[in-house]
Each structure stands twice: as structure tokens, then as C-alpha cells.
Write a protein that binds this ligand. Structure first.
Ligand SMILES: *Cc1c(COP(=O)(O)O)cnc(C)c1O
Length: 389
């Protein structure tokens, strides 16, 4: 079965007995214990057929044996990190997701050493893994600067340092990038984003082929109770069925948005791995099937006012879904990041992140083009300010 077929079919087999073409949502919290022929199911926190259907699909998409679904991306992240002992060294991308930084903060309190490195820079990668590490935590493309790490190179060096390699693949999603093929040990998803795709459910997942790791993740999940509800699993799995179609449209829309931004006199740098000048373009082309649906740009006017002027784009955090969203990382997703760190990463107050949805591209471009033009009264672009001097 090819990828697009698996999306629609895996873990959604018609129900034996009734022939329902969509399996029912199994809501039971506990299962009858029969002495003769005891069932595989014992208690809802440990096992649930609706959750298992979703997990079969997620594992199959990456051609491995195991996937564990969680209540959120954060819960999946905590499960992946929970086994790190005191004193363990964790090396992570420098512009990781804001919530991941918060998670790392919890671990540091328990004595885990967290170090950040620019994993899009081969020299920084070599330096970071010159000494032993317990885990590598990679994001590519990064958020919100869209830097690209070479997965095969980072995974190779991290393994030499003795690390378990985890890739937070939420940004690209499994349709655009499958990190386990490039040597990663674990893929993490916030299924809240492109996998569920409709901004109506939270979820997470850890996908791997290593039975020992998978057992660790599910043992943590059962002990900590970080389980997704059966209804949430149904929603995530239902969204997943259209991932390929949605992604295709979102990527096409992102390309149209990028083209409009590059023509605008009110826009500075545009960050998108599909652009000719992007430093990670060649690596992205090797490990991703397309440059994706998320991009960021430097607005030359007041970014907060731009958020007020857009009509169709919704100003909100999150990404990868059917709705086109826009946000100002310095004020929203990365507001909690130390201002100095933010500056070093290039996250200015004028940086705007866009997640392309599936609306008609002509409507998106018209909305954006109109909104980019600053109000004549009381708002100036950087260029106009310079003219005044
Ligand atoms: C949203 C997100 C998470 C956290 O997922 P939740 O489902 O919100 O808990 C982790 N990593 C990345 C890259 C994300 O975008």
C-alpha cells in the first residue's frame, strides 16, 4: 500500500459482525474479565481499540511497528524525555517550539543538562556531538525561522555520541518528511497540527521501531495517565484520512503567498525553504517531498497592526490546519523566550509567521496584499522612516 492509500485505509478496517465501514468509537473505561478466553483489553488507560486503530495508521505511514498516541504533543514529549536520568546531556535545536523549551525547563529542575545548538550548521552539529549525549532533539524546518537541519548528518553524529535521536516532525508532518528513514529513532508529533488538521482536537504521538523505547513510552503513558480520549482519537484519525489532499493544497497556497510577499514593497526577508536563496534549500529538497505550508517574513510596517487588518487570515497560534493562520512570534508563540535569545535567533518584533490553509489562493493573496499596505495615518514602514531622515 502506498502512503496516500494507507492514510485512508490503515486502522480503519470495517468492523467484524456489523460491517460498519467506519469502526465505532470504543468508549469503555474497563473491560469484562473472562476466565475462559480472557480478552486482550483490561482497562481504558492501558489499552483502547479506537486508539490502537489510530496508532496502526501512524506506525504504518512511517513503515515501522510502533506508535503511541498521547493526549497532546506535550504529553508525548514528556513521555519521550521521562526516562532521561539525572545528569544526562540533551542536545536540542536552538529554535525549538516554545512549549518544548518549557518542557526542558522541567527536566533541568530534575538534573538533566539541556544544551541548544544551531543544528542547521554542520560545524555546530559536530561540536555539539563531540562529547557524549543521551538524546538529540531535532526540529526541521525550525519554528519560526524555517532553518533546515540535515537529518542524516545530525542523526549519524548524534548516534556516534551515544544519543537516542528524536525528531519533532510536527512542522512538516508525515506527508512531507519521514525522519525515521534518515536515521532518527523516534518521531514525535503534535497531532493537533497537520495530522488532525482542523484545529478542533489536541493530540500527540511517538512513532518508532524500537520495541524497548515503545514499551518505555507506553509504560509512562499508562502510569502518568497521559492518554487521549477515544473520541479525540477518532477525530485525529478522521482528520488524518485527508492529510495528503490537504497538504497538497496548503503547499500550493504557501507558494502563492510567498510569491505575493516577494512582490510586496512592504516586505523584507521571506523565510521559506523552497526559495532559491534559502541556505537549507538543497537539504530540504533531499529529505522533504516539498517545502511545506509554513513560512515567515519580515514586515516593514507594524506587525501588530497587520494582524488587525487581515480579514480572511486568522490571527492565532498553531499551524498545519485547513484555516490560514498568521501570528507574530515575538508577541505570541515566542513571547516567553528570553529577548536576548530571541534576538540571537533572528526573531524580531516585525517577524510574521504564516500557516497556509486550504482556502482559495486568490482570496488569500487579495486579503494579504490589501492588509500589507500600511494605514496612511500614523503608521510608517521602515523604508518611509529612512526617507524622513
Ligand atoms: C504544537 C507543537 C507541539 C506541542 O503540541 P500540543 O499538541 O500543543 O501539546 C510540539 N512541537 C511542535 C513543533 C508544535 O508545533
Amino acid at each position: 500500500m502506498r502512503f496516500d492509500t494507507k492514510l485512508v485505509r490503515l486502522g480503519q478496517e470495517p468492523e467484524p459482525g456489523t460491517g460498519d465501514v467506519v469502526p465505532p468509537i470504543h468508549v469503555a473505561a474497563t473491560y469484562e474479565r473472562r476466565v475462559q478466553d480472557p480478552p486482550r483489553y483490561f482497562y481504558g488507560r492501558g489499552e483502547n481499540p479506537t486508539r490502537e486503530g489510530l496508532e496502526r495508521c501512524l506506525a504504518g505511514l512511517e513503515e515501522v511497528r510502533f506508535a503511541a498516541a498521547f493526549a497532546s504533543g506535550q504529553a508525548a514529549g514528556m513521555a519521550a524525555l521521562s526516562a532521561l536520568p539525572r545528569g544526562a546531556r540533551l542536545v536540542a535545536s536552538d529554535d525549538v517550539y516554545g512549549g518544548t523549551r518549557a518542557l526542558f525547563g522541567l527536566l533541568e529542575r530534575q538534573g538533566v543538562r539541556v544544551e541548544h545548538a544551531d543544528l542547521s550548521d554542520p560545524a555546530a552539529v559536530a561540536a555539539a556531538f563531540a562529547e557524549p549525549a543521551a538524546m538529540a532533539w531535532i526540529e526541521t524546518p525550525t519554528n519560526p525561522m524555517l532553518r533546515i537541519a540535515d537529518l542524516a548528518d545530525v542523526a549519524g553524529r548524534a548516534h556516534e555520541a551515544g544519543a537516542t535521536v528524536l525528531v519533532d516532525n510536527t512542522f512538516a508532518g508525515p506527508a512531507l518528511q519521514r525522519p525515521l528513514r534518515f536515521g532518527a529513532d523516534v518521531t514525535l508529533y503534535s497531532t493537533t497540527k497537520s495530522i488532525a488538521g482542523h484545529s478542533d482536537v489536541l493530540g500527540g504521538a511517538l512513532v518508532c521501531d524500537d520495541e524497548r523505547l515503545h514499551r518505555e513510552f507506553t509504560a509512562y503513558r499508562a502510569a502518568a495517565g497521559a492518554v487521549p480520549s477515544p473520541f479525540d482519537c477518532f477525530l485525529v484519525h478522521r482528520g488524518l484520512r485527508t492529510l495528503a489532499l490537504r497538504t497538497e493544497r496548503q503547499v500550493a497556497n504557501a507558494a502563492r503567498i510567498v510569491a505575493a510577499l516577494r512582490e510586496s514593497p512592504y516586505v523584507g526577508a521571506v523565510h521559506y525553504p523552497g526559495l532559491p536563496g534559502h541556505p537549507g534549500r538543497r537539504v530540504a529538497a533531499r529529505q522533504m517531498t516539498s517545502p511545506g505550508s509554513v513560512l515567515s517574513f519580515e514586515y516593514l510596517g507594524d506587525a501588530e497592526k497587520l494582524m488587525d487588518r487581515v480579514r480572511l487570515f486568522t490571527c492565532a497560534v498553531s499551524l498545519g490546519g485547513v484555516l490560514s493562520l498568521m501570528e507574530v512570534p515575538a508577541l505570541m508563540t515566542h513571547a516567553g523566550v528570553d529577548p536576548g535569545v530571541r534576538r540571537a535567533l533572528g526573531i524580531t518584533d516585525r517577524l510574521v509567521r504564516v500557516s497556509a490553509g486550504i482556502e482559495d489562493p486568490a482570496d488569500l493573496v487579495a486579503d494579504l496584499t490589501a492588509a500589507l499596505r500600511p494605514d496612511t495615518e500614523g503608521e510608517q514602514t521602515e523604508g518611509e522612516q529612512e526617507d524622513d531622515r
